[in-house]
Write a new protein. Structure first.
Length: 119
């Protein structure tokens, strides 16, 4: 196995200078409804959208950069409905203690609410 890849925690992949966390998405969940849901959850947790767009590598994706007021660090989320995927990414230069505390809780809340979205 490549020493730059760590699979010590299921669902979390660390590759060189970034950390990526895959969210569990129920099969046949209507992810068209997830965009608003994710934004509402993040806002409720005190996260602010610093950027919203799409990634050319993932056509049709929705990509956010979230920040916490007056704190360093950026949490990236990407929703890719065409492939039933949602993941978070933290780049090496964008790490912050609040992200380490927030991400597991955010992931649990989003996954729980995705379970009740229409199929």
């Amino acid at each position: 196995m490549d020493s730059s890849v760590s699979l010590a925690t299921p669902g979390i992949v660390s590759v060189a200078a970034m950390r990526e966390v895959e969210f569990s998405v129920p099969q046949k969940c209507d992810l068209k409804l997830a965009e608003r849901l994710i934004e509402e959850i993040c806002a409720g947790r005190g996260l602010q959208i610093a950027m919203k767009g799409s990634q050319s590598k993932f056509p049709g994706s929705i990509h956010w950069h979230y920040k916490r007021e007056k704190q360093k660090g950026t949490l990236e989320l990407t929703l890719f409905p065409a492939h039933q995927r949602l993941w978070a990414k933290v780049a090496e230069g964008r790490k912050a203690p609040w992200i380490d505390l927030e991400l597991p809780q955010l992931r649990r809340e989003v996954e729980k609410k995705l379970e009740v979205l229409p199929r």
